[in-house]
Design a protein around this ligand. Structure first.
Ligand code: HEC
Length: 255
């Protein structure tokens, strides 16, 4: 009896202290970025975020176009170097840079630097022979590039997922509301959701546009829902045109 009471009291104490000191929750009050190195005037915030979103999507497409080569198990050296990637990315961006301001040009240069850096960081992985899927996908390039780019600029580029595979792609409140909006809206609704907002004390501009599925994505994000894809994740059960995530850009404003 005594032992039972002691056990019960112990369990109660544990429950009280676990409630006061929860483990594994998000720490409250702060923001993942708090030194915004690059800022743009309010009047240029929108075009800056749009240029960044466009540029990142163009980078994704280049990697996507190489995916057959990159997943060929017979090939060792794929020849997909930082240089090759940078050259193609620059020509894809040329038209959109014609009307860029000096700030925007400097910021896009840093984006290109970050994107190239990630391709270089992944050379050993990409050039492995004998393995098809080497955990290098457009989404992974974007995740790693976003972190390198944020480190250098304080501008946040991320891709929150509808049901994220990488925990880095968890949505914040605004992104979650936007994902829910696009998940319920018709496939033709691609108007970005934008807002002036704040992160801590910093005024920011936010731009969120849908990333929609095209046929080659369905091998992993398609049907049947719950069946493992070739990487072991459960498929999302989605269709062509469905939103799978967001291209989310947060730029600090200077005025
Ligand atoms: C071979 C399986 C596979 C294919 C094909 C694939 N993805 Fe993914 N996707 C993944 C994996 C794995 C991740 C997590 C990558 C990471 O960050 O490490 C991911 C992540 C994402 C994310 C970020 C959110 C998250 O889940 O972490 C988006 C957005 C996304 N994919 C969109 C697409 C689109 C659009 C296509 C087609 C153009 C596509 N994917 C094709 C496996 C796949």
């Amino acid at each position: 009896m005594k032992a039972k009471i002691a056990l019960f009291a112990g369990a109660m104490l544990w429950a009280v202290s676990a409630a006061a000191n929860p483990v594994g929750e998000r720490a409250k009050g702060g923001y993942p970025e708090y030194l915004f190195l690059e800022k743009v005037p309010r009047a240029d915030a929108r075009s800056t975020a749009e240029k960044l979103a466009k540029a990142v999507i163009a980078g994704r497409l280049i990697i996507f176009a190489y995916s057959k080569k990159l997943t060929d198990p017979e090939l060792g050296d794929k020849g997909f170097t930082g240089d090759v990637f940078e050259q193609q990315w620059r020509s894809a961006l040329e038209a959109d840079m014609l009307d860029a301001t000096a700030d925007q040009k400097r910021i896009i240069e840093k984006l290109i630097w970050a994107g190239r850096q990630v391709i270089e960081n992944n050379q050993d992985r990409l050039n492995v022979k004998g393995i098809a899927w080497k955990h290098f996908l457009p989404a992974k390039w974007e995740r790693e590039m976003g972190q390198v780019f944020t480190a250098r600029t304080g501008i946040i580029v991320k891709q929150p997922g509808r049901n994220y595979r990488s925990p880095v792609n968890v949505s914040d409140e605004m992104e979650l509301a936007t994902l829910r909006h696009f998940a319920a809206a018709p496939h033709t609704d691609n108007t970005p959701k934008t807002a002036f907002s704040t992160l801590g004390k910093q005024a920011v501009y936010r731009h969120m546009e849908p990333i929609r599925l095209v046929p080659p994505c369905l091998a992993c994000h398609g049907k049947p829902k719950g069946e493992p894809d070739m990487l072991g994740f459960e498929k999302d059960g989605l269709e062509v045109g469905d939103v799978i995530g967001l291209m989310s850009v947060t730029v600090a404003v200077s005025d």
